[in-house]
Design a protein around this ligand. Structure first.
Ligand SMILES: [Zn+2]
Length: 137
């Protein structure tokens, strides 16, 4: 079963091109009074509402903010991977990203606060996705 694919648009294309190249490239607000990292990709900053942003690579290290274990998948394309941990990760640069967490116990342990690093996994033809892996901290 094929997995659902992200819809690549003119707004989010730099992000997906970065992921395919093994890099996390996020928007940064150019307003000096704001300067926040913005994710998901948008046409203007959600914090100060200005439209001037630039794309910059950010490190793939972060910490788990929240997680859950997926037993019943939302799409049959993920059935072979269940159960798996799905985590919200705050990157060191401040952006919140979501993704599967590889190599983590699926039951009985809180992973909140644990350090992770991003990795890039094949997700169908010409597409990679960000996945996280527990760091040895
Ligand atoms: Zn801003």
């Amino acid at each position: 079963m094929n997995k659902p694919q992200p819809r690549v648009t003119e707004v989010n294309r730099p992000f997906w091109e970065g992921v395919n190249a093994g890099r996390i490239v996020l928007q940064h607000c150019l307003n000096s009074q704001c300067g926040r990292v913005v994710f998901y990709p948008r046409v203007c900053c959600p914090y100060c509402h200005r439209g001037e942003m630039e794309w910059k690579e950010v490190p793939g290290e972060g910490r788990i903010v929240s997680h859950t274990t997926v037993h019943r998948v939302h799409h049959d394309g993920f059935a072979a991977e269940a159960p798996y941990v799905f985590a919200a990760v705050e990157l060191a640069g401040g952006a919140l990203l979501y993704g599967q967490l590889a190599g983590a116990p699926t039951e009985g342990v809180s992973l909140v606060g644990r350090a992770v690093a991003a990795e890039f996994v094949d997700h169908g033809p010409d597409r990679r996705l960000i996945r996280f892996r527990l760091a040895s901290d």
